[in-house]
Ligand binder design. Structure first.
Ligand code: TXE
Length: 664
């Protein structure tokens, strides 16, 4: 049970605030805490604590297991961090409301929403009031009687001793100021105390905060505190404790919560699309399309996972006394390291089936889609999925590396070939299950029997949708000699008409690149191609404006020696190569280290199937490209990865079979 003195409340509130608003200067020394406590802004009441008061409060917070001491290697100064989100199992919105209440006393929802801005963006007053209600259900806050002449009634926290007196003074029945420290594991009822913390923990923070910038303008949207190695370990411990109870729930219970998540996501489609467009530059219409399409994928999972993992009897090969059965058990803790280009498809493509099959998930969104990932998990918590069952790990490579080296049972990675190999190597010794969805260099062959204009439109769509930032984008185009010139003219007309610009504009076709570093890759690929004899028919260079912009670019006279025809481009640049016949086309399509997808555009299905059936790819496309479907297995070969996601095969990736041999 936590009951804090007013000094402990102030110190804890400061630790919670600084962890979120100034992560670069966190954890805090005693001196920094004294200044934070005595601030004249964002504090009510204003106090003048001395060192002894703050030290005494810190002792109390440690006894109550809501703060810890840390020391960076080689440093003398001991600093202080809180662990209140773990101790009270708080979601981000709950953490925010409690922190602001600790710092400024009783407030109305309107005041809380405005003052919480730097901590967390509440979608609406209703959203904030739902959070208050969840906190009230846990006895962490209480609503006060409305004061005469006041429109809104105020809320106050109950984890501060003396709250009753203040509460009674406000004319409401007194209540026990109680807040249960969550040593109760969700649903299990066991009261195992977490391991006692060492007196002073190592402070392993490498990257302290992540700057989220808008790639269209390079403006800072906000900085987010990074999850450091110690926090990763603690989140993994929390997940480990909570996962058995989650797996023990019936499938219907888990499915009901995921359905609730899906309905909330649908209700918040526009806000979610806006978040993604702002932080990774996807044109707003494409962001909306992705959110809407992912709802169907969640529905399909909710409807099908139960049947796929239901226990089943097996007809023995030979008649005999032994009854044979198969059951399916979750792997346990799934670490999902995600990519940014389709944050809902990629993120939910792993997290949803992992949760439905009874796993706990530690989800690290890409550093280029952090706010999207945080919103997804926030919605999951608001839908009732326990906070310890799906947790976000914020950060880039270091956070990802900390996660894969933690005690997890499976890594579900989506990203580049290089990083995927590193991840696989880092877990290989522990035989941790790995699923890798890696890069691509998909080729398309345009046969001489197509309608040139519609083929040009379809191929351009496959190459430039999402700015070409798709693992299964068309990145190499082979065109039959007989129509090459006509196709090139039609293709350049389509690409030349693309509107490149503000991703918030509904007429924009091509937005900025999500990663500024990719500009160097595109410059190098175009430069290398031109140096080797390629011609630029349109685009070919950066656009001089704030943010990360590159002109939609079409190259001809390309050949396999050029980087643009071999290495992943992942941007709005594509080369068109002339081929004599289907055989040369097929050999060219297969002349790659990748193996994600391949397209053939032809009026004749059998002609396309003949070529596609001989390609080393996981996805075969006739007259289309760059498409995934939740009912079809998504897989890559060679440098495009290993393992399968989506379809029933993808569901089974998250469970382990148990064979039953039941003899009389
Ligand atoms: O990849 P990165 P990006 C591929 C796409 C392209 C890449 C683009 O083809 O190659 O993804 O995404 C984390 N240990 N796909 O640039 O840099 C990092 O923080 C652990 C294929 O983001 O490899 C991020 O979260 N993690 C896919 C993630 O790895 C580490 C669909 C990927 O980062 C780490 C979409 C480390 N050492 C994109 N270093 C498909 N095939 O479906 C970084 N990370």
């Amino acid at each position: 049970m936590i009951e804090l003195s007013s000094e402990e409340a102030r110190v804890l509130g400061c630790l919670m605030e600084k962890a979120v608003t100034t992560p670069d200067n966190y954890p805090l020394s005693v001196n920094a805490l004294i200044n934070a406590c005595n601030q004249s802004t964002n504090r009510d009441p204003i106090v003048a604590y001395d060192e002894a008061t703050v030290e005494r409060a810190l002792d109390g917070l440690r006894e109550k297991r809501v703060s810890r001491r840390v020391r960076a290697t080689g440093q003398r100064v001991v600093k202080h961090r809180h662990v209140v989100d773990e101790a009270l199992q708080l979601s981000v919105p709950e953490y925010t409301v409690l922190g602001v209440l600790l710092l400024r006393g009783a407030q109305t929802p309107g005041e809380l929403k405005q003052r919480a801005e730097r901590w967390h963006t509440f979608r609406s007053l209703d959203d904030l009031e739902e959070t208050l209600q969840r906190l009230a259900d846990k006895d962490y806050v209480r609503q006060l009687e409305r004061r005469p002449g006041q429109k809104e009634s105020r809320w106050m926290t109950l984890i501060v001793t003396g709250a009753e007196a203040a509460f009674a003074a406000a004319g409401a029945p007194s209540v026990a100021a109680r807040a249960s420290v969550a040593t109760e594991v969700d649903g299990e009822g066991s009261n195992r105390d977490p391991m006692p913390a060492p007196a002073v923990e190592p402070d392993t923070r490498v990257e302290r905060s992540l700057e989220v910038r808008n790639p269209a303008t390079d403006e800072l949207i906000r900085s987010v505190a990074v999850t450091d190695e110690r926090e990763v370990e603690r989140k993994v411990e929390r997940a480990r404790r909570a996962q058995p109870a989650w797996a023990a729930r019936s499938y219907d219970e888990r499915a009901t919560l995921l359905r609730a998540f899906r309905d909330l996501l649908e209700a918040e489609t526009e806000e979610c699309a806006q978040i993604t467009t702002r932080e990774m530059g996807k044109p707003i219409v494409q962001s909306r399309n992705e959110v809407r399409a992912v709802l169907d994928r969640v529905d399909w999972n909710v409807e099908h996972v139960g049947a796929v993992i239901a226990p089943r009897a097996v007809a023995a090969a030979a008649p005999g006394p032994v009854e044979e059965r198969v059951t399916y058990e979750p792997v346990g803790l799934v670490a999902h390291i995600s990519a940014w280009n389709y944050p809902y498809f990629v993120g939910l493509g792993a997290v949803v089936p992992a949760l439905l099959t009874g796993n706990a998930v530690l989800y690290k969104p890409s550093e280029h889609a952090t706010l999207t990932g945080l919103r997804i998990v926030d919605i999951m918590h608001r839908a009732g999925i326990p906070v310890d069952i799906v947790q976000t790990i914020v950060g880039s490579g270091a956070a990802g590396a900390a996660l894969v080296s933690a005690e997890i049972d499976m890594v579900c990675f989506t990203g580049s070939y290089e990083t995927g190999r590193r991840v696989a190597r880092s877990v290989a010794d522990r035989l941790v299950r790995v699923q890798l969805e890696l890069g691509g260099k998909d080729g398309a062959y345009v046969c001489d029997d197509v309608d040139v204009d519609s083929a040009a439109l379809a191929v351009a769509e496959g190459a430039f949708y999402n700015g070409g930032q798709s693992c299964s984008a068309i990145e190499r185009v082979y065109v039959h000699d007989a129509i090459f010139d006509r196709f090139v003219d039609a293709f350049v007309d389509v690409v030349g008409a693309y509107r490149t610009g503000d991703p918030d504009d509904e007429h924009t076709d091509v937005g900025p690149l999500a990663r500024a570093a990719q500009l160097d890759v595109l410059d190098a690929q175009v430069g290398d191609a031109v140096a080797k004899g390629a011609r630029v028919l349109c685009g070919g260079k950066r656009i001089d404006r704030p943010g990360a912009w590159f002109e939609p670019t079409v190259l001809v006279d390309v050949d396999p020696s050029m980087s643009v025809m071999r290495d992943e481009t992942f941007g709005p640049v594509v080369g068109l190569q002339r081929v004599r016949d289907d055989t040369e086309a097929r050999l060219s399509l297969d002349d790659t280290e990748f193996g994600l997808g391949g397209s053939v555009f032809s009026a004749e299905r059998t002609r396309a199937e003949r070529i596609l059936s001989r390609l080393e790819v996981g996805n075969a496309y006739w007259n289309r490209s760059d498409r995934s479907s939740v009912t079809l297995p998504w897989s890559g070969r060679r440098h495009s990865g290993m393992g399968v996601s989506m379809s029933e095969s993808g569901i089974r990736a998250f469970v382990r079979e148990k064979a039953w041999h039941l003899g009389p």
